[in-house]
Design a protein around this ligand. Sequence first.
Ligand SMILES: NC(=O)c1ccc[n+]([C@@H]2O[C@H](COP(=O)([O-])OP(=O)(O)OC[C@H]3O[C@@H](n4cnc5c(N)ncnc54)[C@H](O)[C@@H]3O)[C@@H](O)[C@H]2O)c1
Length: 370
Amino acid sequence: MDTRLQVHRDSLPIYDIVFERSFDSLADEVRALGTAGRRICIVTDSTVAGLYLDAVSSALTGCCRELTSFVFPAGEEQKNLDTVRALYEHLIKHQFDRKDMLAALGGGVVGDLCGFAAATYLRGIAFLQIPTTLLAQVDSSIGGKTGVDFDAYKNMVGAFHMPKLVYTNVETLRTLTEEQYSSGMGEIIKHGLIRDGDYYEWLRANQPAILKRDPSVCLEMIRRSDEIKRQIVEEDPTEQGARALLNFGHTAGHAIEKYMNFQMLHGHCVGLGLLAAVSISRERGYLTDGEEEEIRGLLKAYRMPVSVSGIDPEQILEATKNDKKMDGGQIRFILLRAIGDAYIDCTVTADEIRRGLAAVINNDRGGVLR
Ligand SMILES: NC(=O)c1ccc[n+]([C@@H]2O[C@H](COP(=O)([O-])OP(=O)(O)OC[C@H]3O[C@@H](n4cnc5c(N)ncnc54)[C@H](O)[C@@H]3O)[C@@H](O)[C@H]2O)c1
């Protein structure tokens, strides 16, 4: 299996995604970007720093003139302009100029924040991604979307800024909590459902090895997921069309995530949103009852919640209508024509959404269901 993918824009290669089982080749990959004589700042959070900062620092030491690190406390609440400001101060203090580089070591929070700082510092400097969560390895590190939260608004301030390299070491998944791992599985199952029925079957067949985080199986899984995201991002780099397919499960998922005050993990909310969309697709005759049950079973097998309680469906419906993925006042819903074949639908009615939500909201029991 090829352990490298190349992402293009207008048919020109812009960056590579490399899949490895260690940090051994990181130095060579970074050196190939022309970093000798330059400064590199590793940006990471407090949890990841304790686990991987030493290994990554020793790999990068010989690649550049000066290596610094900027560590901020782990957590979504740190993905804000105050942290960006502190990072700018660090870069100014260490005299970073336009040819220097940032390296995002961590999950989606680190990648989004570091990418945004790279997009804006001195009108844009280079950065690379070293994703360490499953979600970051299959989703947030690819595609160039960067940004931070602003007050209560998620990802309100941001920029498209492509990394120079995405270096994925699947061994870092070993230290991830079970919850974080299963959250990443939400996006992975989504990839199979929207574009690749064979991959979806592969995810069904390889459950035991994936749950055990077998590194060679994880490597194949992440590579296949990244290939799907790469194709879609290349078709539509700035989210004008096809890239909307990646929002499968996100319309209702975001609304649930917001309603739960971000106390549920993103991938888990996407899983619930995905089941609501699957239910609407089944009602329209695109999927069978059996297929809907099978998808629900797969989410459960990967330890994702398949229903939630204590939620007002009418509020979710309202939030869905207010989602930024609306098209001229009409909700742009992503539905499945078949497993592996998603499309954009602007005709989904409020009643269809209500019935879709009924498939995942179970208010008869207390607490959040698993
Ligand atoms: N840019 C995009 O296209 C895009 C796409 C999806 C999500 N996102 C963003 O990504 C963020 C969520 O990312 P996330 O789920 O990776 O969360 P995260 O970055 O907060 O990481 C989750 C937790 O896991 C810890 N962690 C990271 N790697 C670890 C490892 N290998 N071992 C042990 N612990 C580890 C982190 O310190 C953190 O506490 C959100 O802010 C979301 O908006 C961005």
